[in-house]
Design a protein around this ligand. Structure first.
Ligand code: HEM
Length: 351
């Protein structure tokens, strides 16, 4: 009964929160690289409005944008399937630090990407490759933040996840600071800390539970969970909340920190609701995963997603991803963002 009520609530949220479509706006706006570039010279009468994201943002200025991204993501993930989960995580680490502004992509001394906490992030070369292809088709018009948003969606879809419409028009940051990376939660926080972090993004408890479901795909480094396996609460023991057989498996697998384990042991490469079923069996890999089933604020949602058909999770995942991809975006109107020429380099930085 309780689960049914939660499901109805979830459905309501899906319909209320589904992003509204934006109409084509045939009004003047600014294009070009921005920042140190003379962006106003390039103004054309059919540029989209630059004070908001729009579903049709690139329709006229770069009609092949989404096609190029999807093709590149398919090409790269065909060769290395682990890049799909990596891209999805990369978007979270971009949006979770100073908003979805591609700050995570900048590669210079002291940047987010150079922080120890970003060491296991991947997918940068794929984004660079997409950017250079897009620069050939429509130079100076497509931001790295939009490319990452599109690539992450396509990677999720290609792994069997949901598809959702992306609104575009983000600008890129001009800088990036390693010290900001602490805003992205580590795998050892408690639920209160996670909720506070998500609230600071403008996301709620449902978004937290649903987006954590991204851990239905991908891997964690054993180094990330070794303290949970061998030194829980400084006891040299294993976290007793892990299912004992699964704990045996993890301990055998994780003798070396550089080894990896799937975040969803049961269906590791399938984008389904198995993650929530695992949590109920005490088979969450990260402390933050397992905590979701213990905390009264999140446990009913875990139960609902575990018990409902997988499409309930997939639909809500799409809704929450749209919200995540809109966190702290810079638009042209803000005048502080740019369209980077190369995603890993700031336009104004003398390299
Ligand atoms: C709720 C807070 C979250 C925490 C504490 C967290 C933490 C982590 C950690 C510790 C790892 C393993 C990293 C490693 O060992 O190198 C990981 C992997 C991953 N995370 Fe999260 N995460 C969170 C939310 C998210 C969100 C919101 C998404 C995307 C929407 C996401 C997507 C992923 C993916 C796909 C992987 C696997 C990456 C790969 O295989 O390369 N995570 N996460």
């Amino acid at each position: 009964m309780k689960a049914a009520v939660v499901s109805v609530l979830i459905l309501l949220v899906i319909f209320v929160a589904w992003p509204v479509s934006a109409d084509r706006k045939d009004l003047p706006g600014a294009g070009g690289y921005g920042g140190d570039e003379d962006d106003d010279n390039d103004t054309k009468s059919w540029f989209p409005l630059d004070n908001q994201l729009s579903l049709s943002y690139y329709d006229r200025i770069c009609p092949d944008f989404e096609k190029i991204v999807a093709t590149k993501v398919r090409e790269w993930t065909k060769k290395d399937s682990s890049l799909g989960p990596a891209l999805l995580r990369l978007l979270f680490h971009d949006c979770g630090v100073t908003g979805c502004d591609a700050s995570v992509l900048l590669d210079h001394e002291g940047s987010e990407r150079r922080s120890p906490a970003s060491k296991t992030l991947r997918g940068f070369e794929l984004i660079d490759d997409i950017k250079s292809e897009i620069e050939k088709a429509c130079p100076g018009l497509v931001s790295c933040a939009d490319i990452l948003t599109a690539a992450s969606r396509d990677a999720t879809f290609q792994l069997g996840g949901p598809y959702w419409p992306n609104a575009y028009g983000r600008r890129d940051s001009t800088d990036s600071y390693a010290r900001d990376v602490e805003k992205v939660p580590s795998g050892r926080r408690d639920i209160t800390a996670l909720l506070e972090t998500f609230q600071s993004y403008g996301l709620n408890v449902l978004d937290l539970v649903v987006l954590s479901g991204a851990h239905t795909i991908g891997k964690a480094y054993c180094g990330t969970i070794q303290s949970r396996l061998y030194n829980f609460n400084a006891t040299y023991g294993t976290d007793p909340s892990i299912d004992s057989k699964y704990a045996d498996f993890l301990r055998r697998k994780c003798r070396v920190a550089s080894e990896t384990v799937y975040l969803d042991a049961a269906t590791p490469v399938k984008f389904d609701n198995q993650y929530y079923i695992n949590l109920q069996k005490n088979m969450g890999v990260l402390t933050t995963d397992q905590e979701l089933v213990k905390d009264p604020r999140t446990a009913p949602l875990v139960k609902a997603f575990a018990e409902q058909p997988p499409h309930m999770f997939r639909q809500q995942f799409a809704v929450s991803m749209v919200k995540l991809a809109n966190v702290g975006v810079i638009t042209g109107e803000d005048r502080i963002g740019v369209i980077r020429k190369v995603c890993s380099k700031s336009n104004s930085r003398p390299y």
